[in-house]
Design a protein around this ligand. Structure first.
Ligand SMILES: [Zn+2]
Length: 69
């Protein structure tokens, strides 16, 4: 005998990758000075949220309970 419970939730949250702005500084290889200069005026759309600043988070949890033996 076992019991199975399922929980499901879907919610919209602010994207953590870009902090909700939808834009991020691109990753630039090279020395720190060059990186800082390029970061100042270059922004690209966030990969995680696609530039919207919001993400949809879907969670599914399955809990199975069975006897100890
Ligand atoms: Zn984002």
């Amino acid at each position: 005998m076992e019991k199975v419970r399922q929980y499901e939730s879907s919610k919209i949250e602010i994207c953590r990758n870009c902090g909700g702005s939808g834009m991020v500084h691109p990753q630039v290889e090279g020395n720190w000075l060059l990186r800082r200069m390029q970061d100042a005026d270059r922004l690209v759309a966030c990969d995680v949220c696609g530039g919207t600043g919001r993400v949809r988070k879907h969670t599914e949890i399955t809990v199975t309970v069975r006897s100890f033996q």
